[in-house]
Design a protein around this ligand. Structure first.
Ligand SMILES: NC(=O)c1ccc[n+]([C@@H]2O[C@H](COP(=O)([O-])OP(=O)(O)OC[C@H]3O[C@@H](n4cnc5c(N)ncnc54)[C@H](O)[C@@H]3O)[C@@H](O)[C@H]2O)c1
Length: 257
């Protein structure tokens, strides 16, 4: 029970990495506040947790909408009195070299992936500061550290999240709040399935290419990222501050011949 009694809020927990992390957090004894814009998927995550005797509630909300986010944080505080762990996980993807990205698509991805980290943090931080305690985990990506083909807008957002993580850490260290980032490689989730279908004529060939790119020779699983999130959420990582944690099958620092 590495997260016993920790009140944890996970955005985008209706699918993929967020759902897997929610399930694993609950198994480790955390109370999980599941957020997602997608009501049915968020409720399904809660159902899976409570079906295994874990404790969870669903709060629907769009992480890009200040009123929604403020309401979400207030509901969480109303229910549990504090937020120990905030995992800013919600995110979307898109494909295209810079000249192929339409302005509305650029704005949308910046909004979900960057503003979607800013807003929940902004409204949760005052409660953490008051308690002089808290952990924030921001979802970046290995795309923040390497040039990936046709991922201009997405990479921009994940680089911004990494920079924001470091800046936040400096400001909130005096309040005993830790802020770290996760940098996954390619993890097989609905997000990646959609990306493969929309951007490649032959998704199987694309998967084979990604497998070669990663030294692991295989795609990651959501549970791989969930395990890293448990570490960052727990007191075991007490000496990690403003750090990127790579879960990438070696894609950033390795090089396949
Ligand atoms: N899958 C990968 O290979 C990979 C790699 C690196 C980083 N990531 C990041 O991990 C995070 C989760 O990705 P995933 O692969 O699990 O994706 P996913 O699509 O399976 O899940 C993302 C969830 O976020 C929710 N969401 C989207 N917009 C939202 C909004 N405005 N407000 C609230 N919720 C919203 C979706 O409804 C969905 O349930 C993303 O930030 C993504 O960029 C994924």
């Amino acid at each position: 029970m590495r997260l016993a009694g920790k009140i944890s809020l996970i955005t985008g927990a209706g699918s993929g990495i967020g759902r897997s992390t929610a399930l694993r957090f609950a198994e480790e004894g955390a109370v999980v506040i599941v957020n997602d814009v997608h009501e049915e998927n968020g409720n399904q995550t809660v159902k899976e947790i409570t079906g295994r005797d874990g404790e969870a509630i669903f709060i629907q909300g769009d992480v890009t909408d200040p009123a929604d986010v403020q309401k979400m944080i207030e509901k969480a505080i109303g229910a549990y009195g504090r937020i120990d762990v905030l995992f800013n996980n919600a995110g979307i993807s898109n494909v295209g070299a810079l000249h192929e990205v339409e302005p509305d698509v650029w704005d949308k991805i910046m909004s979900v992936n960057v503003k979607g980290v800013y807003l929940p943090s902004k409204y949760a931080l005052p409660y953490m500061m008051e308690k002089k305690s808290g952990t924030i985990i921001n979802m970046s990506s290995c795309a923040a550290e390497m040039g990936l083909a046709k991922r201009a807008a997405y990479s921009t957002t994940k680089g911004a999240v990494l920079s924001l993580t470091k800046a936040m850490q400096v400001d909130y260290a005096p309040f005993n709040i830790r802020v770290n980032a996760l940098l996954p490689g390619t993890i097989f989730t609905p997000f990646v399935e959609k990306y493969l279908k929309s951007s490649y004529d032959n998704p199987e060939e694309a998967i084979a290419g990604i497998k070669t790119r990663q030294l692991s020779g295989e795609l990651g699983r959501p549970e791989d990222v969930a395990a890293a999130a448990i570490f960052l959420a727990s007191d075991e990582s007490r000496f990690m501050m403003g750090s990127p944690l790579y879960i990438d099958g070696g894609v950033v620092f390795g090089k396949n011949a």
